[in-house]
Design a protein around this ligand. Sequence first.
Ligand code: DGY
Length: 326
Amino acid sequence: MKIFINKLIPEIGMQILARPDIDLLMPENPEISYEEWISYCQQCDAILNIGAYKIDAKFFDLCPSVKAVSLFSVGYDQVDLEEATKRGIPVSNTPDVLSKATSDISFMLMLMTSRLASFNTNQVRIGVRFKYFNPIANLGQELYGKTLGIFGLGRIGYEMAIKCQAAYQMPVIYHNRNRNMELEEKLGARYVSFEELLNQSDVLSIHANYSPEYHGYFNASVFNQMKPNAILLNTARGGFVNEIDLDSALNAGKLWGAGLDVTDPEPMLPDNPLLKHERVCVLPHIGSATIEARSGMARIAAENIVAFIEGKPLNTCLNPEVYTNE
Ligand code: DGY
């Protein structure tokens, strides 16, 4: 069968895909346009997809030969899952293997933001000379006993919470669409309304699944309800945060700082005023960028392709109802 993979993935995944019954199609230059991507997909039975082009009704209409989609990500916001399910097309993601790595980035951003690390590293890089040790400059804030608020408590939020509890004895509150009783009990976390999450969190970390109704959800009215010492962290999707409102809120002292691994657009444009802010730290979407996590993602994504080839259900299928609806 013909499989389209739009970018090279770590070796373990490429090895799993190296089978006589797989005819792998991969572009020489991974930076392909939407039209080029479609024309590759049109030739294939399934795709292993890395990237942001929408997999929606238009895609399925244009690429009727595609019968399975294996995503190289835990997030699946680029896929219209309802449409895929309606058409009986299984879609899989790569959960679990990146939870530790991504939550490390949340934790790192929390520390970097609380201690102005990104700004100060840059000061050193550009050669700003500190003439003397200034007792009232560069003051960060400590995290011991501060309240961690999680928006979207799942596997990554859980990993962030246990690090914060172990390092700084941080009490954990969370808000989800549906309560997660299992993780709530494991963490001793308290479920709160969204409003309480905003006005009680000292560190508010976003870990929810992104969907279009959340576009710009963290906006001026949200920032107005946060504590002036609060740090906002986002390692989920850039679309959650209205960056213009965030900049105004930071300038007005509505919240203290922000650590963002994801932005909208990506990469963040160099003239974005957030980049000038000393209490803002921005990373280029590196949550899962470790050898271990990316190898795990490659293995899962490739194994899902193999399952499809062998006529089995995808192992980490997001819409398993496609199999029971058959
Ligand atoms: C994920 O797996 O969703 C990461 O954010 C990479 O897109």
